[in-house]
Structure formats: structure tokens, C-alpha cells
Design a protein around this ligand. Structure first.
Ligand SMILES: [Zn+2]
Ligand SMILES: [Zn+2]
Length: 195
């Protein structure tokens, strides 16, 4: 496959799934990770993708696109909290913050093919299932109970030691939130507590 063709395919993957991972792409195209890194660097230079840890994501199409509202609570999300999930057959949709992102996991379950959380400290997107989450800290920038996402476990611990809250893995935070929601997953929880 020619380099140009490979880059076109990479763009397709990113626009369909929201993100491409370097290691998976290298495997898929049978080339080295270095080659994929170079492809993504070039695409980034052309302003077509944004590189993130381990891969690249679609660039925002600029101010022409109105900020999308949260699929769970309909509130427009502050940029540094965004949680983007890719639903089979629906493409990428936004959640305002990790709280709603995790609610979306509980709601949509197996329909979610990819989930990207945004690191609370660096604003860098990362694969949500590999991150750490701080629940119920004193910092409540969006929905309550507050859940913030961190790419690094150490960052999550440092944050919690300063601002309180409990540090959870992805699956622990899912069960935590599952326990907070009613048995019918009543989702009104977020914004009816006088946030
Ligand atoms: Zn929300
Ligand atoms: Zn929220």
C-alpha cells in the first residue's frame, strides 16, 4: 500500500472511530509504529488530526461547529472534561464530563466501541478504560457526584490527597456510579442536586 493511501485510510479510521491507535494501525497496515508516527505527524502538520498519547484523534472542525451537548444530560460540556464515546452505528457522541461518560457506559454497555476521557490536568484525551478516576472530590466542575479523569494513577492520587475523593479504576468507578443510580438508571441525578 502506498503511503498516501495509508494516510487516507488512517483519516477514515479516525473519522469513523474518533481515534486511531499507533500500535493497532501498525499491525493493521503491516508497517512499523515509526511509520505510523510519521504518517500522523504529517497529517497533524496538515491540520487534519491531533496527536494524543498513543495515537491521534480527529481535530475539531473549528468554531463553525456548535459545541455539542451531552448525550446524557444535554448540557454542553466544558472542554477539559469532555468524554467522547463511539457508539456502534451512531459514531462519536459527547458527554459533558466523566460522570455522564460513565453513565453512558452503564446505559449503552456493549454498544460502545471506544471511549475517550480527557485528562483533568493536561486536557489530553486518553482511552478511558486505562485511566484512573477520582470520585467525590471537593472539585465539582460539572455533574454531581463529581468524577474526574486522570491518565496517570499517580496524578489521580496526588489530586485526591489535595482535594479529597476516592481513586478508582475504570471498572471500580463504573460500579461506584452504578450504585449511585437508581435501579432504573434514572439519569436525572446530575443536575437536580443544586449543582
Ligand atoms: Zn452530562
Ligand atoms: Zn457533566
Amino acid at each position: 500500500m502506498k503511503a498516501g493511501e495509508r494516510r487516507r485510510r488512517l483519516l477514515e479510521i479516525i473519522s469513523a472511530g474518533g481515534m486511531v491507535e499507533v500500535s493497532k494501525a501498525a499491525e493493521m497496515f503491516g508497517v512499523s509504529k515509526m511509520t505510523i508516527h510519521r504518517d500522523l505527524a504529517l497529517l497533524e502538520k496538515e491540520g487534519r488530526v491531533r496527536r494524543v498519547f498513543g495515537g491521534a484523534v480527529a481535530v475539531d472542525q473549528g468554531p463553525a461547529t456548535p459545541s455539542k451537548s451531552c448525550i446524557i444530560c444535554s448540557r454542553p460540556g466544558p472542554g477539559n472534561l469532555r468524554y467522547i464515546i463511539t457508539l456502534t452505528g451512531r459514531g462519536a457522541v459527547e458527554c459533558c464530563c466523566p460522570h455522564c461518560g460513565l453513565v453512558a457506559h452503564i446505559t449503552y454497555g456493549a454498544d460502545i466501541s471506544l471511549a475517550l476521557a480527557t485528562d483533568f490536568l493536561t486536557s489530553i484525551p486518553f482511552t478511558a478504560s486505562q485511566g484512573s478516576f477520582v470520585a467525590e472530590s471537593r472539585v465539582v466542575p460539572c455533574c454531581s457526584p463529581s468524577i474526574l479523569a486522570f491518565r496517570s494513577l499517580n496524578d489521580a492520587r496526588s489530586f485526591a490527597s489535595g482535594f479529597g475523593g476516592r481513586v478508582f479504576s475504570f471498572s471500580e468507578s463504573l460500579s461506584f456510579l452504578g450504585g449511585q443510580l437508581g435501579p432504573d438508571h434514572s439519569l436525572g441525578c446530575c443536575h437536580r442536586e443544586g449543582v
